[in-house]
Structure formats: C-alpha cells, structure tokens
Design a protein around this ligand. Structure first.
Ligand code: SF4
Ligand code: SF4
Ligand code: SF4
Ligand code: FES
Length: 939
C-alpha cells in the first residue's frame, strides 16, 4: 500500500513534449491535457476522483476491475475510464444513478469474497477496497457469504519482510504488473482462470523460495491487505511520515519514513523522489531495523591500551580524553602526527565539519575518505578529461539511451533501483553491452539480454577500451565534428596517433583481454553507431592499478563518438555509498578543499582562512595508506575515524592492523563496534541516518535532505560530536542546525553557491553545480562546452598490473557485492537480510573446481601472497575459468587479508579487483572447525 499522503492520479502521465493538447469536458468542467491521457487521469487532474481498484498511476492501465466506468457522449455503454484515452471535445460524466448502481454491484461481488474484519485488519484506514466500498455507498451484500469463496486460503509468510494473505486478494493484478513494470523481475503471475485465479510466485512457490528479490513493489501497489509489510502487521498503521533519503547506496532513493511515536513502522519510497520515482530495493525499504538493534553503542567508552577492557564514561570525559590525547601526541610527535578519516555514510555537513576540524584544529591536511578505496580514479579522471569530478548525467537520462554499455558494475545488485530503470529501458528497445569478467545478472534476465557480453580478464580494461576506440577511428565511426568543435585538437592528434598503433588493435589485445576480436569490433560498432550511447561503470573500472587510465579511456571513447552533453549519453559512475559523492565534494581529500579546489591554491585557501579565522597549512596531507605507513614509521600516532571501518575496508588488513597497533590514540565514532574498534582507544557513539538532519549527495550529484525522524540513541548527531571534539581542541565550531553548515558550504564553494535548505525544501533536491548560472541545478553537464573548456584526450597506454598469476597462485580473485547485503555488512547483517545471505561464498568455475577436487558447498582455503582465508565454494558457470569471485559482507571472511598493496597510479585506489590466489579444498570440515582462522594469527 502506498503512502496515504501520495495523490494517485490513476494512470501514468503520457505527457511528452510533442503530444498535442486536447480539451475535454468532465462533469461540466473543461480541462486541457495531452492527447492519450486517460479519462481517469484527466478527471483526477480536475479533482474528480473516479472510483478505481486495479488502476494506479505507477502502472500501465489494465482495465480489469470495472469500477471506474463512466459515461461518454457518443460512446455506447460504460467505458472504463482508466483504459479510455481522451479525445478532443469529449464530454464525460463520472457520476450518474446508472454508474452508481453498476459500481455498487461490482463492489458487492468483491466484498462477498472478502473477510469482513476491517477493524482488526492491518490495512484498516489505509485500504483502497475499504475506501471504495465507502465511496460507492455499499452497505450490504445481497449474495450472503455462504457460497464458494477464498476466505480460508492460507497465508504465505515465507518472505521475511511481508505476508501474502490470499483471502484478501481481489486479483487486480497490480502486484504482477508492479513486479514486471517497476521492478522488472517477472516473479509473479495470475495462475488459473475466473474464480480460480490466484497470484502465484514463480512456479507456484512460496514467495521466499521464488525468484522474488524482496523489492516490495508488489506490496506497495496492493490496494488491500493481501500483501502487507510484516512491520505494519505487527505495529499497525503509521501516525505521521517524514521525507528522508536512504542511508545505503549511491542511488539516493527518497523515502517517507512512516512513524508511530518514535518508531519506524515502514519505509515507503517517495513517489516524488527524483532518483527513484517511488521505487526501492530490499535494503532501503526493509533493512532499517539495525538503527535500533541492541548492538548499538549508547555510551562513550575509553581505555588506555587496546588490551584493556572498555570503560563506559560520560560524553564530557570521552571528549576531553580524546582531545587531550590528540594534543599530547602533537606536542610529542609534531603537528602532522594525527589525522582524520571522514565517512561516506555521514551527511555532507558532517563530512565538511571533519575536514574543517582537521584543517583548522589539527592544523594539517591529514584527512582522507573511504572514497579513496572506491571512486577516487573517477574524480581524477573525469576532472582531467572534462573538468568536473562527477557523473555527466542524471539517472533519468537513461530513458533516452539507445545503447547502454555497463563496464565493471552489477547494477541490479549494487544499485538496484537504477538497475530497474536500466532494465525498463532495455525492454523498451535499447541495446545492452556488458563488459565484465563475470556473467552478472543483467546479462540475461526475463526480457533483457545483452547484445554483447565481453567476458574480460580482470585487470585488462584499458587494453579493451583502447581497442574499441581504434575500431571507431579505423571504421570511420568517429564524430569528428564533435571532436573539432568541443575538444583540444592538439591533444586529440597525439591520442589518435597512439590509438592507431598496431598494439591497440582488437586482434593484438585479444590474448590480453580474452575477448575475441570479432566480438569487440561488433560491440564497438554498436556503441558508435547509435544516436545516444551511454556508459555506466562501477568499481570494476576504478579498483585497479590503471583505474584512472580506464576512466580516461572511457572519456576518450565518449568524446570520440560525441556522446557527451545531452540526455541519453555520458560517462556515468555508479557510486557505492549513500554519500560517497558528497564526502568527495566536501573536501575529504588531503590535497583538496571543498569543491575540489587545490590546497595550494592561495586564493581558494585564503577564502577559507578568512571565513574560518585560522591559517590553513598549504602542504598536502596524508592519504589513508600514507597514514598507515607513517604509523609504522613511528611518526603518525593519532587518528579520528568517523563512521568507517578501515580494518575491514582497506586492502591488506594485516598491514592496517599493524599500523593501528602502533598508534597511541584511535578515536572511533560509529554506531556499532567493528573490526577497527578492536584497535581503538576512544569510542564515540554515532547516530544513524534516521537520527540526524543534513544532506546526502547521490551518484547523479543530487543533494537531498536527510531528516531526523527519531532522537539520537546516544544523545548526539554526528555533526554535534565533531563540534564537541573541535571545541575541546580549542577550535569551537558553533552551529545550531545543519542548515547553517550548508550555508557556510554554499558561501565557500562555488558549485554549491545556490544550495540552501530552503531551496531543497522547495525543489526536493538539486544537482550541483547550483549557482547563479544554474539556480535550479544541473542535470546534464558539459552541454555546449566542457567545464574545463575543451575536452582533453589522454594517451592511455595499457600497462599490466604487477599482480601476476603464477604456478603457486594461478587464479585471479575479484570481489563485488550482492543485493541483500551492504558493504562490510554492519547494518544489513543486523536485519532480516542476514537470512538472505548468511555467508560470503567463493564462486568458482566448475572446471577449476574439478581440477582441485572442490565440490559445491565445500569449505576451501583461499591463499594469496598476502594472506589466507576460508570460504565455502559455489560452483558457477557465471565465472570464466581462471577467475574466482567473492563478496566481502561478513567480517569472518576477511577477504581483505588477501588483497595486495598495489593501487591506482594516480590516486592510490587499491587494486581490489585483481588478486592472484590459489584455492584448495579444506581436507576435512573438522579441521576447519578446530583450526583457528588464519586471520586471527595476524592479530
Ligand atoms: S495481492 Fe494485492 S495487488 Fe496482487 S492481485 Fe491481490 S489484491 Fe491485487
Ligand atoms: S517483492 Fe519485488 S520482486 Fe518480489 S514479487 Fe514483489 S515486486 Fe516482485
Ligand atoms: S537502491 Fe540504494 S538508495 Fe535505493 S533503496 Fe536500495 S539501497 Fe537505498
Ligand atoms: S480501475 Fe479501471 S478497470 Fe479497474
């Protein structure tokens, strides 16, 4: 059931810019709407609500319930208003005695096969069937309730998040259509005919065992209590709702948090959310219970040594202790001996304050962010090529793409709501090219099939993209007018000479990439031969030693084919965490102030110095790997970590652990104890996204409000904690609300100059740059000209990674995420999602498994040059021989014990996607259970 406060116009908008307008008269009132608008929608726009059950404006009209009948002059009978389009000069009546009689008759039939327990039903007060019975004035059912009915049908409670109660189902098919049209999973059908019709999941399986991915779109679309959230069954209907933004991934879905007192009853995707248009995934919709999990830290804690037990203390004592330790370290080891790590889970305002505290109170630029380990090559590469460190498009741009090329990303699992938008566009006819070592889900799904899946060897992206560009040049498919008008021709000529070298031909790179030359050529032709081709990419591009080179290579290809600067095209990073874009924008890097201005730019630094009233160091500070190295050298001794778990998320965990052990004060601000807290001296309990005000910036540069729906469990929002610490360090930062922090950001950051909470309230969100030139934000960038002026082609020579397979380590391990879990899993593992993915598995091709005597489900040792861990094997044809894959959602897997120190040449982004390993069966399970996990030996 959708949120009560959302207006439902009955059928989707058919408006497009070219549609002619027609004027009709409804109940005596004229209205002008685009042709092809349904009669129901036109009436709703006039404020006339025609009774309906099977129609809703998020789904195409279906016309099955016959409740929405109307009278139209010149038309025989009573047409259904949801499926009848308006025609010019139509005269329509939505009310008459005959219509009232017909509608009552329809409702009578529905109610005669429906439980009469409205007062105890979980949907009571928010049920369209109940509402419609009232609207049509149904008072009694003439047929009695003794005949055949479905009232004894048993419930399906197999899904952890919602219940299907067939006795309440009116077979309107809204759930089936939502699963198809909105989510694109096609898990549901209406089985049987007539009276015997029932909703069936997959091959008549329980929901929990079916193809259902628990997105909840069917539940949201259901007009009765047939599909209901378990939380609503347990708690009843909500009393109020607050619009906020999902705290999980970079799609940035807008939600209405429906509340009863201080408790969340359910999260309902916001129909007006510009990033999600009323859709959500299993994480955002259902996995919010972690926010009140008993494991939440509620009191600050300190200890002198990491071997000591924790001691709960007051906020005052914890803050005073942390500040005095930081100052002691600086006076003993120097100003640069401490630093901070900002969080991509926290708000823009919170991230901004951490870097401000580091620069103004610590007095150095030792600030870095976990974005270092994911999309830092995106920032560097796109800024170099185009002039801006972010995506070129908004999500809705995909609606205009003719070819979608997905490189190193798994959007249906990693960015599920955008994955649904991609699937929809492909069902509408766009062609799909997937470049990935593994057969990701989107390669083949119901009604979606990639035209080309280039099953590349990990670590060879650059060779492949270069060869694609060579094909485009050699076959005359380049848009040379675009290049001549928009790009730096001198750079282009140098690049063209390079790309035309024989080493970049499809045939030359075939042995490197493993991709047949003919397939590569065909994919390049497809990309270059349509009006609009768009690239979407993920960490399979960036987490490589040539991550930045690949971003530059994609930018080269997009410029070469003129695929920049309008809807339907672009180079689009799919960013991981909810606010990873924002944490980069807010100055979390040691060399950049907010808005990506170099720390050694005297003008930019001067403006911050004047505003903040301090001198800012012009020296570039430490990145996270530098901090760890300096700790091992004995020169870096104190670290403030806001909402981050470097032990689990940084590569080469053993190295990180050793470095943390050398530090004298590690202050961890988080909502749960994590792997890093084992090496911390101060714990400051943080707040979840439900407990704070602020903003997140999603993958499409959209700044959206996060609103506090409940009080912080430990007393403070994260921005307040940073302010307390900064004040204790002698640099007070005084704000009464995050809106004041945003005002400061806008004052100091040209790309945010036009952003304010008032504007966010009014527009619902804005995409930066938002300033005088673009007061309502910028959905598409580089229109007409590049931000840097002329687009820059860069020579992108392929250089193989230093990480090589060998006789000892013959397989390549690559990593990724799955739908139901999120990153290191500290949130999702504390929800019912844990049951959907209880452990990380090692996917291995049956051929490789066979050679090693590995059975499906067997425990295996995975060893790299850096370390070892154990996982259970899953034999999978989705893998190519020679490549194995795992997720990293469970701390016990310790996948990052395996990963190496190699990193991107430009940004130090770790090379997570390529690790040479050997996989061998654990001889006996008992051995596994008795032996300690090798990871514990490292600690
Ligand atoms: S479960 Fe709900 S949405 Fe699906 S057919 Fe039944 S009443 Fe309609
Ligand atoms: S929860 Fe989503 S995937 Fe599952 S049946 Fe409903 S719409 Fe389909
Ligand atoms: S797609 Fe991402 S932002 Fe949207 S609900 Fe899922 S996790 Fe949240
Ligand atoms: S709402 Fe039109 S037929 Fe059901």
């Amino acid at each position: 059931m959708r949120s009560q406060s959302d207006t439902d116009l009955g059928t989707p908008s058919r408006a497009n810019a070219d549609a002619p307008l027609v004027t009709v008269t409804i109940d005596g009132a004229p209205i002008t709407v685009p042709a092809a608008t349904s009669v129901m929608r036109a009436a709703a726009l006039l404020g006339h609500k025609i009774p309906k059950l099977c129609a809703t404006d998020s789904l195409a009209a279906f016309g099955s319930c016959r409740l929405c009948l109307v009278e139209i002059d010149g038309m025989r009978g009573y047409p259904a208003s949801c499926t009848t389009p308006v025609r010019d000069a139509m005269t329509i009546r939505t009310e008459s005695a005959a219509l009232a009689r017909l509608r009552r008759g329809v409702m009578e039939l529905y109610i005669s096969d429906h439980p009469l327990d409205c007062l105890t039903c979980p949907a009571n007060g928010n049920c369209e069937l109940q509402e419609m019975a009232g609207v049509v004035g149904l008072r009694e059912v003439r047929y009695g309730y003794q005949g055949d009915n479905h009232l004894d049908a048993s419930k399906d409670q197999s899904n952890p998040f919602f219940t299907f109660d067939p006795s309440r189902c009116i077979v309107c098919s809204r759930c089936v259509r939502a699963c198809e049209e909105v989510q694109g999973t096609f898990a549901l059908t209406i089985d049987g005919r007539g009276f015997g019709s029932v909703v069936a999941a997959s091959e008549n399986e329980p929901f929990g065992a079916s193809e259902c991915v628990s997105c909840g779109a069917c539940v949201q679309s259901c007009p009765t209590a047939a599909l209901t959230e378990n939380s609503v069954i347990a708690m009843g209907q909500a009393e109020r709702s607050v619009v906020t933004t999902c705290g999980y991934c970079g799609v940035g879905c807008s939600f209405k948090a429906e509340m009863k007192g201080e408790s969340v009853v359910r999260m309902v995707p916001n129909q007006n959310g510009a990033a999600n248009h009323g859709h959500a995934c299993v994480k955002g919709r259902f996995a919010w219970g972690y926010a009140t999990h008993p494991d939440r830290i509620r009191r600050p804690m300190i200890r002198a040594r990491i071997e000591d037990p924790w001691r709960e203390v007051s906020w005052e004592e914890a803050i005073a202790h942390a500040a005095s330790e930081m100052r002691r370290i600086q006076s003993r080891y120097g100003r640069a001996a401490i630093g901070g790590i900002t969080s991509s889970r926290c708000t823009n305002e919170e991230t901004y304050l951490v870097q401000k505290m580091v620069r103004a109170a610590f007095g150095n630029n030792n600030v870095d962010t976990c974005a270092r380990v994911c999309h830092s090559p995106t920032g560097y590469g796109l800024k170099t090529a185009f002039g801006t460190s972010a995506t070129t498009q908004d999500f809705d741009s995909v609606r205009y793409a003719d070819v979608i090329m997905i490189i190193g990303a798994n959007p249906t699992e990693g960015h599920p709501v955008f994955g649904s938008a991609l699937k929809r566009r492909i069902r509408e006819g766009a062609k799909l090219i997937v470049i990935d070592p593994r057969q990701t889900e989107i390669v083949k799904l119901p009604h979606v099939a990639a035209s080309y899946h280039l099953k590349i060897k990990p670590g060879t992206n650059v060779a492949l993209i270069n060869a694609m560009a060579q094909v485009v040049i050699a076959e005359g498919l380049a848009d040379l007018d675009f290049v001549a008008n928009r790009c730096d021709l001198k750079e282009f000529d140098i690049w063209r000479a390079f790309i035309s070298e024989p080493r970049n031909s499809p045939e030359a790179v075939e042995p490197i990439t493993g991709v047949p030359a003919a397939e590569l050529r065909a994919a390049a032709r497809l990309y270059a031969s349509v009006a609009n081709a768009a690239i979407y990419y993920g960490l399979g591009v960036t987490e490589h030693s040539q991550g930045t080179t690949m971003v530059l290579g994609m930018a080269n290809l997009a410029m070469l084919t003129g695929n920049i600067g309008r809807p339907g095209v672009g180079v689009n990073p799919l960013r991981g965490q909810n606010n990873v874009q924002g944490s980069c924008d807010m100055g979390s890097f040691p060399r950049e102030l907010p808005g990506y201005r170099d720390i050694d730019d005297d003008v930019a630094r001067g403006s911050f110095e004047r505003d903040w009233g301090v001198k800012i160091d012009s020296e570039i500070g430490f990145r996270i790997p530098n901090m760890m190295d300096a700790a091992l050298d004995g020169s870096f001794k104190g670290l403030y970590v806001q909402g981050e778990d470097p032990v689990q998320s940084e590569p080469d965990s053993a190295h990180v652990i050793k470095a943390l052990r050398e530090m004298e004060c590690v202050v961890l601000q988080d909502i749960f104890l994590n792997e890093t807290s084992k090496y911390a001296h101060v714990i400051l309990p943080g707040s979840s996204f439900l407990e704070k005000d602020g903003t997140f910036t999603n993958s499409e540069r959209r700044v959206s409000r996060v609103r506090k729906v409940m009080d912080p469990l430990a007393g403070y929002q994260d921005w307040q904690i940073t302010c307390l610490l900064s004040a204790a360090l002698g640099y007070p930062m005084e704000y009464s609300h995050p809106s004041e922090i945003m005002d400061e950001i806008a004052r100091l950051t040209p790309t945010f100059a036009g952003v304010s909470y008032e504007k966010l309230e009014r527009l619902g969100g804005v995409q930066w740059p938002c300033n005088d030139a673009a007061p309502e934000g910028t959905p598409t960038m580089h229109v007409g000209h590049f931000v840097r002026g002329l687009g820059k082609f860069t020579v992108t020579a392929y250089i193989p990674t230093q990480e090589r397979t060998s006789a000892r380590f013959p397989l390549i391990l690559t990593t990724g995420r799955i739908l139901t879990q999120y990153n290191v899993g500290s949130q999702t593992r504390r929800t019912a999602n844990a049951a959907l993915h209880a452990e990380d598995l090692l996917e291995i091709h049956p051929h490789d498994a066979d050679q090693r005597g590995i059975r499906d489900g067997a425990w295996v040792n995975v060893r790299s040059r850096k370390g070892a861990t154990r996982l259970r094997a899953r034999l999978s044809e989705r893998m190519q021989p020679g490549v194995v894959y795992t997720t990293f959602h469970h701390p016990e897997s310790q996948t990052n014990l395996l990963t190496t120190e190699f990193s991107d040449w430009a940004t130090n982004c770790p090379e997570y996607k390529v690790t040479a390993v050997e996989v061998l069966p654990v001889a006996r399970l008992e051995d596994y259970e008795r032996e300690p996990n090798p990871s514990s030996a490292v600690e």
